[in-house]
Design a protein around this ligand. Structure first.
Ligand code: FES
Length: 160
């Protein structure tokens, strides 16, 4: 799903300000992009040429590093991350159906964000609470023993 979030002139000015603190320090690429993400909630694609120019890197190098780390992203994420477990224990206890229901209820595919910016859907490998399978995490909370009714109530309760 396309996210149409405009980066304003003020945003660009702020990005330049942050970048100027790290000028010519190639080693600082990761702390720099983390700082931008912390402030904006993501790394606006328009910031990549600014970063690469200041650090003396190619834009593709900056993009490559961002793509390498799953916790860095160039699209805004929803207020709540929904992470459905696709580990083996959850899978054999109906995790696939849970994922299908979450997709239906939110109207998004994996990696996408709802248009109201409430939820971003991801799948994750085992989250370490297999005994409660099937599981998902919404924000910081783990929800186990999921069934269709629970999923519906949970996402409704959270505004979905
Ligand atoms: S497989 Fe889902 S929590 Fe372990």
């Amino acid at each position: 799903m396309e996210r149409a979030k405009e980066v304003t002139e003020a945003d660009l000015a702020r990005i330049k300000e942050i970048v100027s603190e790290y000028s010519r320090q190639k080693w600082a690429l990761i702390p720099l992009v983390q700082k931008i993400q912390e402030e904006f909630g993501y790394i606006p694609p328009d910031s990549i040429p600014i970063i690469s120019g200041a650090l003396g890197l190619f834009p593709s190098q900056v993009q490559g590093v961002i793509s390498f780390y799953a916790q860095l992203y160039t699209e805004p994420k929803g207020k709540n991350m929904v992470r459905v477990c696709r580990g083996t224990a959850c899978h054999v206890r109906g995790g696939k159906t849970i994922l299908k229901l979450v997709k239906q209820q939110l109207g998004v595919e994996e990696g996408e964000t709802t248009p109201d910016m409430e939820y971003t859907l991801e799948t994750v490998a085992c989250i370490g609470v297999c005994a409660l399978a099937p599981n998902m995490v919404v924000g910081d909370r783990v929800y186990g023993h999921l069934n269709p009714k629970k999923v519906e109530q949970l996402l409704k309760k959270n505004g979905g």
